[in-house]
Design a protein around this ligand. Sequence first.
Ligand code: GDP
Ligand code: MN
Length: 380
Amino acid sequence: MKLHEYQARDVLAKYKIPVTGGGVATTPAEARAIAEQIGGRVVVKAQVFVGGRGKAGGVKLADTPEQAEQMAGQILGMDIKGLTVEKVLIAEAITYEREIYLGVIMDRAAKQIIVMASAEGGVEIEEVAKTNPEAIIKIAAHSTLGLLDYQARDLAFGIGLTDGKQARQFAQIAAALFKSFIETDATLAEINPLVVLANGSLQALDSKIVLDDSALFRHPELEAIRDASDEPLAEQQAREAGITFIKLEGDIGCMVNGAGLAMATMDVVKLYGGEPANFLDIGGGAGKDKVKAALQIILSDPNVKAVMFNIFGGITRVDEVARGIIAALDEVQTDVPMIARLVGTNEEAGRALLVDSVLIPASSLADAAQKAVAAAQARG
Ligand code: GDP
Ligand code: MN
């Protein structure tokens, strides 16, 4: 789950990281009122889940409340990388001398938490990683010991914060960001830019936090502020239906019960030259409604050219699954070919229910995968 900039800012403020205040507006008039309260120059910032809002015209400085109103009018409703701006943050505009990047990420490949800093702040870190990777300093931090003082100092010196006082403040901010990352079960916490003011002190101008969905149950207060637009619609529907669903890039939609079987199914699809369109686990004992929701989710992906059911009925009953498929096909108009390998508990009853349906039966997993790959290829 992603947090909006203003939500991430509120989290970081609790960890005593210096952030800019301000409020969120959904109308130009509200923006003006907030700007009046702040007084002086403000920055009007689109609250959407993409980076590079500045370059896209979603971050603008306003000298007066009238201007803030006008700019909010321009930014609200704007399309940034396919997302519509529904909220703007109005914050005090800060004058600064330097922009820095500071981030904590869960590096899954390295199985470590990495703290990164770069003297090239203000641009997206992926961009710096591509064009100037040596400008990024990385340190692996211990998950329970935290970011140690010397590590934070190494980062500070590495990006040219050599003044003692400044390095100390940087170390404090880095340690606080690390702590917020751990305590919120985040996979990413970053400040970009972290700016150096004329008096030498540091301030966070933009922050971003991504939370680990699997740990969200430990943070009901954060789950409560979820903005549904952080998730593609299909993933939202899957979550609400209790289905594990990950969209992938291929064209064979897969409906499987059990995560292990779902992975094996994807492997076999690939073995026969196909590409799965998704990972989908309806779970053990799934009933008709879940199967129906799952099929609707699969078919909502325009890339899907064939659907493959691989159901092993243990606790799950094959006849229940068959009823779900029939219910879904009653509601969804589709000419996508569907291949079904349904075995296990109540398999005969399930097959009997589907005998008049459009489903193409398969005798084994290999047979199903081959038929699905052929059907998808036939559709070009
Ligand atoms: P992003 O482009 O989506 O990462 O949005 P940011 O919040 O990082 O803003 C982009 C850029 O706008 C920053 O790198 C700054 O150059 C500028 N900016 C943001 N807030 C302020 C501010 O308070 N004062 C000034 N002068 N510039 C700002
Ligand atoms: Mn930024």
